[in-house]
Design a binder for this molecule. Structure first.
Ligand code: SF4
Length: 409
């Protein structure tokens, strides 16, 4: 698990900044072309290890925003007015990353990590639902500043094929900002596929159809949660009356706009028992759905508060999970199981299991260290605690793991 933030020695900046970290070699070879979009030299932070700094102090005269030394500053070395050094964790920031600096703070946040498939544009803390298991409880604030930050971040990313997520809160609450960001992704990052997580409710407004159709992003998909085959159960999970109806209208409007749609189901005591019925519902009523993700719960945020209502040992929902997964698969609907350790599912479900947890919040506990499946398993969220641990967690032997590997073929 590689963290997304760490502390550096104090820096002298007076306003929030996004900066692209670039090695000297890349600076010479590519210059500003290292950034996918518009950038200038003052957007660059040159990577200057201690030995290079000592041998080439003249590099400090480069006309860039500043420098970053991934260790302590050597005795007698010069430094620049903006010179990050002495990180708490030397691994967190690397060349190619885009980092955020805040005045009067030693905290450095990595907003884009080179080569990672877990990069995310965070849109807002606001949401129009209040899901019982929300991992990031919504805040009633005006945080439109995320729009400008994301537009700038897009410019500073690498071009390339990694996936890029867009999430919140509920990203569609800032409709114009979201559409602007999607258009910019298409123009500046055409090789990246974009996956937006949304509760889908605001798409009930049919004006989205024209907006998304004219956007015409070829690699844009939407992950929309649907928690039941009936309104009462879904609305209870998301704690919003009328949400089920709105989400269904939204799904149909997205389909009219020819969008790529994934249905997401978080598995809990409330949703697991009727998974087979939900799978039937999706197959019969939402034939345009391209993928169904059946997802283990993340034990953080509001989920902790609602532990009693939500917790069910995954061992106890294997039957409905199997029925739902195979029902969809046998009818040609791609299906995945996210966030569930391999040792909790039978081998015949391993073909659906994905290593789905973002690298920066993925954890393997002590039991995993002797397990033959550790390189193929989703493991746990870093928020994992004993209270959320299944009685079935156990290391797999090489022989046992081979049965999973064979079934996954
Ligand atoms: S014990 Fe093995 S299969 Fe179970 S969670 Fe750990 S790595 Fe995964």
């Amino acid at each position: 698990m590689l963290a997304k933030e760490t502390h550096f020695a104090p820096h002298a900046i007076t306003e929030p900044r996004l900066l692209k970290v670039i090695s000297v070699e890349e600076f010479i070879e590519k210059g500003l072309a290292v950034c996918a979009g518009d950038a200038c030299l003052s957007d660059l932070l040159v990577w200057l290890p201690s030995d290079m700094l000592l041998q080439n102090p003249h590099l400090l005269s480069l006309p860039v925003a500043g420098f970053i030394t991934p260790g302590t500053l050597p005795e007698g070395a010069q430094s620049a007015p903006l010179h990050l050094h002495s990180p708490s964790d030397q691994q967190v920031v690397q060349p190619g990353d885009v980092i955020a600096l805040t005045p009067s703070s030693t905290l450095v946040r990595v907003l884009y990590r080179r080569g990672s498939d877990s990069n995310l544009l965070f849109m807002t803390d606001r949401c129009n639902s209040l899901c019982l298991m929300c991992s990031q409880p919504p805040k009633d604030i005006d945080d439109r500043w995320h729009i400008e930050e994301n537009l700038r971040l897009i410019d500073l990313m690498d071009a390339g094929e990694e996936n890029l997520g867009i999430s919140g809160g509920e990203p569609t609450l800032y409709r114009d900002g979201l559409l602007e960001i999607l258009a910019k992704c298409k123009a500046v990052l055409p090789e990246k596929s974009i996956h937006v997580l949304s509760n889908g409710r605001l798409f009930k407004d049919p004006s989205w159809i024209a907006a998304l159709s004219s956007l015409g992003h070829p690699q844009l998909s939407w992950g929309i949660p649907l928690y039941a085959d009936n309104a009462a159960d879904h609305d209870h999970v998301v704690q919003a009356a009328g949400a089920y109806s709105e989400t269904l209208q939204g799904l149909y409007n997205l389909a009219r706009a020819k969008q790529i749609i994934e249905i997401r189901v978080v598995l809990s005591r409330l949703t697991a028992p009727r998974l087979p019925e939900l799978a039937h519902y999706v197959f019969r009523n939402l034939p345009f759905v391209r993928h169904v993700a059946l997802m283990g719960i993340e034990s953080t945020g509001l989920a902790r508060k609602h532990h009693e209502a939500l917790w069910i040992d995954p061992l106890d929902y294997q039957e409905p999970l199997s029925q739902a997964a195979w029902f969809l698969f046998n009818r040609g609907v791609p299906v995945s199981i996210y966030n569930l350790p391999l040792c909790l599912i039978p081998p015949h479900l391993s073909r659906f299991a994905r290593q789905s947890i973002s690298d920066w919040k993925n954890l393997f506990i002590d039991a995993c260290q002797q397990c033959a499946a550790i390189d193929s398993c989703s493991g746990f969220f870093k928020s994992h605690t004993d209270r959320w641990q299944s009685r079935g967690i156990h290391p797999l032997s090489t022989v046992a793991y081979e049965a999973y590997a064979r079934s996954a073929l």
